[in-house]
Design a protein around this ligand. Structure first.
Ligand code: RIB
Length: 306
C-alpha cells in the first residue's frame, strides 16, 4: 500500500470502564464490576489506530487543564503521532467517557466532552498548516459540528480527502455531504444520516441514498456481518473475521484508522475494507479502546493465517 500523510481532527477522552455481567437496567445496581481506566475518545482512538497500523499521523485535539493533558500528549508521542497542533484548555477538564461493558462484549457509553468542545473553527483556523501535503483528514462527531464543516470545506478545497465517521450519529447537512469522500457508518448511524430506516430499505439501498447526497464512497460496518462498500464504480460485501469478542469498544475507530491508512494514497477498494475488518476483529479480542488496537505486523500476520 502506498502511504500518504493522515491528519486526524477529533476528541480525546479518558475512558472509565466498568466490566459487568450485564448492562444495568434503569434503577438497577450491578455489583462485582471490574474497573479499567484507559485512553479513549473516537478521535484519539482513530489517530492511534492509524499510527500503529503504519500511517504517518498528525492529531489535532483539545486536552484539559488537568494531569491527563501531559500524560496523553506523551502517550500520543510514544505512538509516533505528531502533537504540534494539540490545544490545551484553560478552563475545561479532558473529555471523559463512562463505559459499561457486559460479559457478552456489548457496551453503552456516556461522554462528557469537556475540552473537546473547545476544538472550534477559530482554533482550526490557526492549524491550517497541518493540512499542507496531507492525503486524508479523518473526523468523527465528538467535536463541534461547525468545526467538522470548516475542516471538510478547507480540506476539500485543498485536495485533501475527507473521511468522516459521524459517530455518535449526527445530522449532516447537504453542503457537508458534498465534501465527504468516504463516509463510514455503522447500521444505526447509516439509518440516522440517511433518514431511511432499515425496515424500509436494505443496506445497499441506504448506501445508494447516501451516494445520491454527494458522498463519493460509503462504507457501512455491520459487526460480525462484515462491511459493505458502495461507490459509483463498485459495490459489495466484505466478510468479517470470526474471533472471540471480549470488548467491542473502539472497534469502529480501529476500522476507520485502518481504512485511512489503507486508502490514503489509493482509491478505496474492497481490499482496503478487508484490512480494516482484520484490524477491527483483532481489537475486539482485548479490553479497552486504545489498549486493544493492534499493530500493522499483527494485522498482516492475522490475515495471512486466515
Ligand atoms: O468509540 C469508542 C469511544 O467512544 C471510547 O473510547 C469513548 O471514549 C467514546 O468516545
Amino acid at each position: 500500500m502506498e502511504q500518504g500523510r493522515i491528519v486526524v481532527v477529533g476528541s480525546s477522552n479518558i475512558d472509565m470502564v466498568a466490566r459487568v455481567h450485564h448492562l444495568p437496567l434503569p434503577g438497577e445496581t450491578v455489583g462485582n464490576a471490574h474497573f479499567l481506566q484507559a485512553f479513549g475518545g473516537k478521535g484519539a482512538n482513530q489517530a492511534v489506530a492509524a499510527s500503529r497500523l503504519g500511517g504517518t499521523v498528525a492529531f489535532v485535539t483539545s486536552l484539559g487543564n488537568d494531569l491527563f493533558a501531559k500524560v496523553l500528549t506523551d502517550h500520543f508521542k510514544e505512538n509516533g503521532i505528531s502533537v504540534d497542533y494539540i490545544r490545551l484548555s484553560e478552563k475545561n477538564p479532558t473529555g471523559t467517557a463512562l463505559i459499561y461493558v457486559s460479559d457478552s462484549a456489548e457496551n453503552c457509553i456516556a461522554v462528557s466532552p469537556g475540552a473537546n468542545g473547545e476544538l472550534t473553527p477559530d482554533y482550526l483556523e490557526t492549524c491550517k498548516a497541518v493540512f499542507d501535503g496531507a492525503s486524508v483528514v479523518v473526523m468523527q462527531a465528538e467535536i463541534p459540528y461547525q468545526t467538522i464543516a470548516f475542516v471538510a470545506a478547507y480540506a476539500h478545497a485543498n485536495g485533501v480527502k475527507v473521511l468522516f465517521n459521524p459517530a455518535p450519529a449526527c445530522h449532516i447537512d447537504d453542503d457537508l455531504f458534498q465534501k465527504i469522500d468516504i463516509l463510514v457508518v455503522n447500521e444505526t448511524e447509516a439509518q440516522y444520516v440517511s433518514g431511511v430506516s432499515l425496515s424500509n430499505g436494505e443496506i445497499p439501498f441506504i448506501a445508494q441514498k447516501l451516494l445520491d447526497k454527494g458522498v463519493k464512497a460509503v462504507v457501512i460496518t455491520l459487526g460480525v456481518r462484515g462491511a459493505y462498500l458502495a461507490t459509483s464504480r463498485e459495490s459489495g460485501w466484505v466478510p468479517s473475521y470470526k474471533v472471540s469478542a471480549v470488548d467491542t469498544t473502539g472497534a469502529g475507530d480501529t476500522f476507520c484508522g485502518a481504512l485511512a491508512v489503507a486508502c490514503s494514497k489509493e482509491e478505496l477498494s474492497q481490499d482496503h475494507l478487508r484490512f480494516a475488518c482484520a484490524a477491527a476483529a483483532l481489537s475486539v479480542t482485548k479490553e479497552g479502546a486504545q489498549p486493544s488496537i493492534p499493530t500493522r505486523d499483527e494485522v498482516l500476520a492475522f490475515m495471512k493465517n486466515r
